[in-house]
Design a protein around this ligand. Structure first.
Ligand code: BDR
Ligand code: CA
Length: 313
């Protein structure tokens, strides 16, 4: 039986790859809805990108709903230096997508989709946690419909400040609410995502796959590799967000440690830092499963197989 998921995202190169992996034809995941949030770019641009990606995937059957245009408290901040002006620079995509978003607000779509599902749902969040925190504030009872919240965010080090990762730093107040909500949270932070680097060797492997989706992914990864070289001097783009989906498809790819996680949101110096109590110093409630190790080689094999499963007709 397929696992029901909602994908709350800000595409974004790695968000796009997460969508592609989750929404393949024989996927064991069933995407009930895609919701967008301000993060890598404005929510308008991220929504346009989500629609274009679903179009390339041939998955116009999946709805896209527009969410928060800024964090709960702070003004919006974007990651143009990593994802480009469009939020998805690299591949040539239509200025006006042929698919359209729903009329309903993403937060309401999250709440209604959860209430209507006959099975527990996994909320996958690959952008700032604004929509999810807002849904929890508006309708706290939604926790009963969730089997987990699976996020890309945080880590024991930062990429936006010395100690904070971008998704958590954009809206630390939202992240704090999500980590305190009582639903188990699977966390894929920089400790593992920075190991899953799409280097030239990996991109060349994907180049041998002869279909439109693989070509699209190669264009995404080429662009991502170039900005990661310029800004972080890394030899490939980490496919951060895709780790959430790869875990749901094949949990044995990751080692998870059950632990207590809290989010710093007061200090100017460490705003957005994830405090991960891996040594159980606080004896705090274990509210999260934090990924500590990853089988990188097996990830590329699985990803190759999924890309091959897309056909052009
Ligand atoms: C996260 O920030 C975004 O730029 C990526 O899409 C990913 O979700 C990595 O820090
Ligand atoms: Ca993202």
């Amino acid at each position: 039986m397929s696992k029901k998921i909602i994908m709350d995202c800000d595409p974004g190169h790695d968000d796009a790859i997460a969508l592609i992996l989750a929404g393949a034809k024989n996927s064991s995941l069933d995407i009930l809805a895609v919701t967008t949030v301000a993060g890598n770019q404005s929510v308008e641009k991220n929504t346009k990108n989500a629609l274009n990606v679903l179009e390339v995937m041939g998955r116009g059957d999946i709805s896209v709903s527009v969410g928060a245009s800024r964090p709960l408290i702070k003004p919006a901040s974007f990651a143009s230096q990593i994802h480009g002006k469009s939020g998805l620079d690299g591949p040539k995509l239509p200025e006006v997508p042929s698919l359209k978003p729903t009329q309903s607000y993403a937060v309401d779509v999250i709440i209604e989709t959860l209430k209507q599902s006959e099975e527990p749902v996994t909320l996958v969040a690959t952008g700032p946690l604004t929509n999810i925190a807002t849904a929890l504030i508006k309708e706290p009872s939604i926790t009963q419909y969730l089997d987990s919240i699976t996020i890309m965010g945080g880590g024991t080090f930062g990429n936006w400040t010395p100690t904070a990762e971008f998704n958590i730093w954009v809206d630390a107040e939202a992240a704090k609410r999500v980590f305190d909500c009582g639903v188990p949270i699977n966390v894929f932070g920089l400790d593992v995502t920075h190991q899953v680097l799409a280097t030239d060797a990996i991109i060349n492997r994907f180049k041998t796959i002869d279909n439109q989706i693989a070509k699209f992914v190669v264009e995404l990864l080429e662009f991502f590799k170039s900005t990661y070289k310029t800004h972080f001097n890394m030899d490939g783009g980490p496919i951060h967000d895709a780790c959430t989906i790869l875990y749901l498809l094949e949990p044995s790819l990751f080692t998870m440690q059950h632990t207590h996680i809290d989010i710093e949101h007061h200090s100017a110096l460490t705003y957005g830092t994830m405090a991960i109590d891996l040594n159980d110093i606080t004896n705090g409630e274990k509210n999260a499963y934090f990924a500590t190790a990853v089988d990188v080689e097996r990830i590329w094999v699985i990803m190759e197989d999924i890309l091959k499963s897309y056909s052009d007709d």
